[in-house]
Design a protein around this ligand. Structure first.
Ligand SMILES: NC(=O)c1ccc[n+]([C@@H]2O[C@H](COP(=O)([O-])OP(=O)(O)OC[C@H]3O[C@@H](n4cnc5c(N)ncnc54)[C@H](O)[C@@H]3O)[C@@H](O)[C@H]2O)c1
Length: 596
């Protein structure tokens, strides 16, 4: 028989605590909600009222249900109010000494049989538990932000947590409509261990002015389908909380430099820029606690105004290559009204690319996304050629040939001879330095990276890669072209992995290392990222789709360029590639795809 939880206590009604109170009260559990002062208590009550009122306004909660929910919550100042609860969840700031003091006090106040739980993200549950006389009744119940929305709960058992307590808490999670993964006590558990290195890296990129906050966030949303960009997520988490989590993970998690908080974070916390809760973090919000971003001095000018700056007129575009990317890019330009010259290495290849473009455009017609006239017009704008000389009078060339530096350099040297002055020369490379390609020409100022994502007709993102020689005019032209293609162009520097791959692949590699260390299973890790962070796919699902060989190659490039020890490819990834387990394309990767 699972234990009955009729009344629970929540300590600390900040970002997480207020959400946790809502989860319990929504599911019919009475809650004693405790804060440190009247002011903090009123703030917590206001957060809960705001959240439930929004649910009513959105039609997700009936007014009577909201009233019943609020009636289940007893708001109190001081821990003494928790004498009769069956379970307490502590959600005070992420400091070990504070949590230990509170647990010692809870141990004194609460019934002997009560379970004492912490919502810590990174501190040792074991160290917190030894502040009590009942460490076997202490457990981690780690909710995700926002608690009422995110489905995942990480249940953290220490070496002394009793099996009954774990089972009771698992049953409780189910009653709350949550999916739990039960794990042992390690810094960052599953989700944060994989998330925070990525978040800190994104802050570092912003701090180094590698890209703007808007571009970093747009890149991860549009390139990976994440629900929020990393800097917006930092604001949601709270920069003070994020700082403490990183700092603890650095100290507990083997002093991985990637967890050493970016210096900017400390400065922002000291300056009171804590994110949404204080009204300002990486972005500025309408008021403290509001999710609504308002313009500030860093907000870019309206896209059109910025684009007018010296962009060259582009009418005719050459696309070189005959692979998946070239095919998609030809379609994208032709649909957007550009005259396109496709150049391949022979008539046979041109015929194949032409067929592929037709098939894709026809699919658009069948799906009702394109009229027959638009399809015919787009096809009519494309000229098929096997001769580079035909690019003599185009305004822009997009190169999408094989990912080999020598081949790309030779091609750019030829384009330099053939093309008229003033043409913009773009490479779609995803891993080679754009400057190497640029220096194969006599006009590096006109060379830029245009990194499209696969499939190009569907993916809304293009990374515009500026080298140290790219002119402002070339960059403005690239931005104007992306806008006309209906894509979001994000501007970044010429560094391995640009924005998306540099932030994505180390995270995937970390997931492989976590699996290799037997901390959790591929299924639970995938669940954790999907249900805890709202990712569209878990890391192992994504690795199998992208291809383990491709992922390994990118990770190696990142490691070689940045020499960051934490970027060293996971041995398990290397072994799987050596064994020919490349993912979906070979039938087996982290999972066996032949039996599905
Ligand atoms: N923010 C997130 O995204 C997130 C996600 C999961 C877990 N967590 C964890 O949840 C915990 C709380 O984080 P948060 O972001 O909600 O912090 P927060 O700063 O938003 O809220 C903390 C609250 O605790 C209250 N408090 C402080 N001392 C207290 C005391 N002695 N008694 C009662 N209340 C006290 C404060 O007044 C404040 O309202 C941390 O351990 C954090 O790591 C945070």
């Amino acid at each position: 028989m699972a234990r009955e939880f009729t009344r629970v206590g929540v300590v600390g009604l900040g970002t997480m605590g207020a959400g946790i109170v809502e989860v319990f009260a929504r599911n019919g559990v009475d809650v004693t909600a405790v804060e440190i002062s009247d002011v903090a208590l009123e703030r917590g009550r206001a957060t809960l009222t705001g959240s439930t009122d929004r649910a009513v306004a959105k039609g997700k909660l009936a007014e009577a249900e909201r009233d019943a929910l609020m009636a289940r919550v007893d708001f109190r100042v001081g821990l003494d109010a928790l004498h009769d609860v069956d379970l307490v969840i502590e959600a005070v700031p992420e400091h070990l000494d504070l949590k230990q003091r509170i647990f010692a006090e809870l141990d004194r106040v609460c019934k002997p049989e009560a379970i004492l739980a912490t919502n810590t993200s990174s501190l040792s549950v074991t160290e917190i538990s030894v502040a009590t006389t009942r460490p076997n009744q202490v457990i981690g119940i780690h909710f995700f932000n926002p608690a009422p929305v995110m489905k995942l709960v990480e249940v953290v058992r220490t070496v002394v947590t009793s099996a009954d307590v774990v089972a009771d808490v698992e049953a409780l999670c189910e009653r709350l409509g949550k999916v739990d993964v039960t794990i042992s006590d390690r810094a960052g558990f599953i989700a944060n261990a994989l998330l925070f290195g990525y978040l800190n890296h994104a802050v570092g990129m912003f701090e180094a002015r590698y890209a703007t906050r808007e571009d970093i966030d747009a890149a991860m949303k549009l390139g990976c389908g994440l629900p929020m960009g990393p800097l917006a997520l930092m604001d949601l988490i709270g920069l003070d909380t994020a700082y403490e989590i990183l700092d603890t993970m650095y100290r507990r998690g083997g002093r991985d430099r990637r967890h050493a908080p970016a210096p900017l974070l400390k400065q922002m916390v000291t300056a009171g820029l804590l994110g949404r809760k204080s009204g300002r973090g990486f972005y500025t919000y309408e008021r403290p606690g509001s999710p609504k971003v308002v313009p500030d001095e860093y907000t870019p000018l309206a896209a059109d105004a910025a684009l007018a700056d010296g962009a060259r007129a582009i009418a005719k575009v050459g696309v070189v290559g005959s692979g998946t990317m070239a095919t998609g890019i030809i379609e994208v330009f032709a649909k957007a009204g550009y005259e396109v010259i496709s150049v391949t290495r022979g008539a046979e290849k041109s015929a194949k690319v032409c067929e592929a473009v037709k098939t894709s455009l026809n699919k658009g017609v069948v799906r009702g996304k394109l009229s027959e006239t638009d399809r015919d017009d787009a096809l009519g704008r494309i000229t098929w050629s096997a001769t580079l000389e035909h690019l003599a009078d185009v305004d822009l060339v997009v190169e999408a040939v094989i990912e080999e530096l020598s081949v790309k350099k030779a091609l750019f040297a030829s384009l330099d001879e053939i093309c008229k002055p003033g043409v913009v020369l773009a490479t779609t490379t995803s891993s080679l330095p754009v400057i190497d390609v640029a220096m194969a020409t006599q006009r590096p100022a006109d060379v830029v990276g245009l990194h499209f994502f696969n499939p190009a007709p569907i993916m809304p993102l293009v990374e515009i890669v500026q080298t140290i020689r790219t002119s402002a005019e070339t960059s403005a032209t690239a931005r104007a072209v992306c806008a006309k293609l209906g894509k979001t162009g994000v501007v970044c520097g010429d560094r391995s992995g640009f924005i998306v791959n540099a932030l994505l692949f180390p995270y995937l590699n970390d997931a492989v290392k976590m699996l290799e260390a037997s901390y959790s299973t591929a299924d639970d890790i995938d669940y954790a990222m999907k249900l805890g962070c709202g990712y569209p796919m878990g890391p192992f699902e994504l690795l199998d789709v992208v291809g383990l060989d491709v992922s390994l190659a990118i990770q190696r490039e990142l490691y070689l360029e940045l020499r960051e020890p934490g970027f060293a490819p996971a041995p398990l990834l290397e072994h799987l590639v050596t064994a020919g387990y490349l993912g979906r394309k070979s039938g087996r990767g982290f999972r066996d795809h032949t039996r599905r």
